[in-house]
Design a protein around this ligand. Sequence first.
Ligand code: TYD
Ligand code: MG
Length: 454
Amino acid sequence: MVRDASVYRCQECGFAAPKPGTCSDCARQGRWLELVEERQVPAKGRRAPSQPGSTPVPLGEVSLEGGERIPTGIAELDRVLGGGVVRGSLVLIGGDPGIGKSTLLLQASRALADLSAPVLYVSGEESAAQVKLRADRLGISPGGLFLLAESNLEAVEGHAESLRPQVLVVDSIQAVYLPDLESAPGSVSQVRECGGRLMLLAKRKGIATFLVGHVTKEGALAGPRVLEHLVDTVLYFEGERHHRYRVLRAVKNRFGSTNEIGVFEMTERGLAEVKNPSGFFLSERPQGVPGSVVVSSLEGTRPLLLELQALVSPANFGTPRRTVLGMDYNRACLLLAVLEKRLGFPLQTQDVFVNVAGGARVVEPAADLGLIVAAASSYMDRPVKGNLLILGEVGLAGEVRAVTGLETRLREAAALGFTGAVVPRNNLSVEARLPLEAQGVASIDEAIQALLGT
Ligand code: TYD
Ligand code: MG
């Protein structure tokens, strides 16, 4: 018998090569990851059966059935899914180990089991008793929820055929395996094949299926990234493990917007929804302290107000330090360079530390001006005047550029008791009625004059 040829695959991005070595795709991003040997699967075993009745249909005659949604009873999760989970869809929930994926899905199973029993919760990592213990702790005991501790995917498929669940949870995709494949559970080929099989099961039987996928920074497990193209919806559950808050973010959604986020707080009694995230993030904000500003991050239709802090202090020797938590490091360095070059702040002799309070993260350029003002405020040791929101993208010339969604952001600020805002002047010429007093600025110089004025 001829031995099947091996391929060598990157466990992080799925890059495959015929020879051992390091992943050239990841190397371009400065990461050196060893390729792992995988035996090629015989073509017979991996060919997926085609979907039954696949014939071309005129667009106008395509039936919409199957688009029916089941609410999960967790409003924040429903919002991110686009209004509940769609029957027959495959949803991947990715996140670091320990972030709360199993907790979230167990809590979601409660309402799902009431509305659309039976729900089958397959745990490949924990025993049924462990899941039961957690369910007891969370006060979850619906009759329509079935637990199955199993990691052989063929057995799972068998149980799904006999139980006919409306909702299936597979926790996690890295723990289940197909015995026909030689590679270990969690390898890229196992994850991809198991994902493909579960996709077919979901579509064929109309089962709403949730997959849990662990992402590790070291790439020790196959990142669920290889599944992203296959599934209908990809949600990421993020947050700092030692902070209470968690954000659920859609990065792909065939049944809704990808801009929505859901905010949760991890408590002793499981995940609690945070209805007013801005208030939550600002709750411990010190008043009248240099280096602290409030910025806004618009996530989908939902504005979040966040506290951005900077600490600028004289560097002792050598190259000054730059430590940035909660926003992009390079963007922060770029903005500090603008502050130095355009306004002459001597930051080359200063260490700069930047932090977004509460372990939150801003990804938007609308927080640029906030960072510049926070750094200037800390350097000058002078607090920002008044209770103001600071908005604006900053260019390399020190100009303040317009941001999107000004009105939405200002409305959120007004609701939280802010009295005014400093915003890009270009925004003011187009947008008409604003919910609070906004002062327009065109450059970082003007902004610093207005907020820290001498
Ligand atoms: P878990 O859902 O097991 O994470 P994942 O499935 O993503 O690996 O949750 C793990 C953490 O959550 C664990 O460290 C304990 C904490 N936790 C609470 O703080 N309160 C709770 O009620 C529960 C169930 C978990
Ligand atoms: Mg888990």
